[in-house]
Design a binder for this molecule. Structure first.
Ligand code: ATP
Ligand code: MG
Length: 398
């Protein structure tokens, strides 16, 4: 069994000692069989959330209504969820009610794809009720049970199929794919936040080209925010696409491909956070600046360091010139200043130089000009050099 499981087994053993069943389930089992890194370990158990809470010292009740608590063991968080079956998805947005069930079989049956419905017990034995292992070997995404029923129950699964194809590079089983095409309009009933979450991972997938191929050939995009009004947008993507770092990067790319759709509109339609909005704006400004002036120091200065990797990926996708990420980082490190705070002069100094002037917008303008000159190495960042420049370029206003 993989190392990552070794500490987690102690949780399972403790639950078993208390007379309940517990298994590793979902993504961690799939990824360990694929010899991939395991992101987080999920555990399914016959014990109720309250019973789990009573067994461990450090438990966070993150989603009691779904039967989920987080057990913190040796500094690592594990989601422990009581065996359950999902109620009818009447509004197709959220599972209506959660019905707890007695055994793991029922719990595995509610899961979306065969490769996600594998469980592992504390002896390392695999519970594979739906041929998940074979599908893993054949690299196939296939629903547990009848695809029409499963997609109708929760149409987000249609997008999840695309997401796993992009993450794992797997094909989608023929019947599953047929059903995705048939029921694609149901996607419109899904809460947008859930779509955004899946599409973020979709675009991060190492096999995003494969995912995009499915997305385009099924025309599922016709039922997605913005894409539904812009049927050509996806088809305008460059031929070769590699994985994105963030959803903000995806937005910046599409805004670059079609400036008629503003970043604000992307953020509103996909219900993104302010953090994503600011990142998309910063990246987009850098892209347009790059298009006009190439890779200038000013561009690199204005671009947030955390987004250098995204920017690097975007220019790799959208332009012919190539720069290595290391080169971009180096240029950022070598800038004369990293922020306006690093300037050798500030507003207070300006008022001391121009004693006859009152504080006002002229100060901001002047500092901006100085900032740009210093970044572009046209002016030395010393008090004397800047003072000299200021005296030769006094502000026009009073
Ligand atoms: P990742 O490692 O990328 O997070 P994952 O398989 O853990 O992949 P999650 O979205 O975290 O994916 O879901 C955990 C598990 O819960 C899945 O493996 C699947 O068994 C089940 N699951 C999640 N969402 C659904 C859904 N909409 N319908 C049915 N089962 C689901
Ligand atoms: Mg997961």
């Amino acid at each position: 069994m993989k190392n990552a499981f070794i500490e987690a087994i102690e949780i399972i053993e403790k639950i078993e000692l208390n007379g309940f069943e517990a298994y590793f389930v979902g993504g961690c089992v799939r990824d360990s069989l694929l010899q991939m890194d395991i992101k987080d370990i999920d555990i399914a158990t016959s014990a109720s959330p309250e019973q789990v809470q009573a067994m461990f010292d450090k438990v966070i009740p993150v989603g009691l209504e779904h039967g989920t608590v987080v057990v913190v063991h040796k500094g690592v968080a594990y989601e422990v969820t009581t065996f359950r079956q999902d109620g009818e998805y009447t509004d197709q947005r959220h599972p209506d009610e959660v019905i707890f069930v007695k055994d793991i079989k029922e719990d595995l049956k509610r899961r979306d794809f065969t490769i996600n419905s594998l469980a592992l017990n504390s002896n390392g034995e695999l519970i594979d009720l739906f041929g998940g292992r074979e599908d893993l070997e054949n690299k196939l995404i296939r629903t547990v049970g009848n695809p029409d029923d499963r997609f109708y129950e929760d149409p987000l699964r249609i997008i999840r199929a695309l997401r796993f194809s992009s993450q794992l590079g797997f094909d989608i089983d023929e019947n599953t794919l047929k059903s995705m095409k048939k029921l694609k309009q149901e996607i419109e009933t899904v809460a947008v936040e859930r779509l955004t979450n899946e599409f973020t991972r979709f675009f991060q997938g190492p096999f995003v080209e494969k995912g995009l191929h499915y997305l385009i050939s099924t025309e599922i995009d016709r039922f997605l925010p913005i894409f539904k009004e812009q049927p050509n947008l996806l088809r305008r993507l460059p031929k070769q696409i590699s994985s994105f770092v963030s959803f903000a990067e995806v937005i910046a790319m599409f805004h670059y491909l079609d400036t008629n759709i503003s970043i604000q509109e992307w953020i509103r339609s996909w219900k993104c956070s302010n953090r994503i909005k600011n990142e998309a704006i910063n990246l987009s400004e850098a892209l347009f600046n790059y298009e006009q002036n190439g890779l200038s120091d000013w561009l690199i200065y204005r671009l947030n360091r955390d987004y250098l990797e995204s920017f690097h990926h975007l220019i790799e996708l959208l332009s012919k010139e190539q720069y290595s990420l290391a080169e971009l980082r180096h240029r950022k490190d070598q800038l004369p200043i990293q922020s306006r705070d690093d300037l050798a002069i500030n507003g207070h100094d300006l008022l001391q130089i121009f004693t006859d002037k009152k504080a006002g917008p002229w100060m901001k303008q002047m500092l901006e000009t100085i900032e740009r000159l210093v970044v572009q190495r046209e002016l030395q960042n010393t008090k004397n050099a800047i003072k000299e420049w200021i005296l030769c370029h006094p502000p026009e206003t009073n």
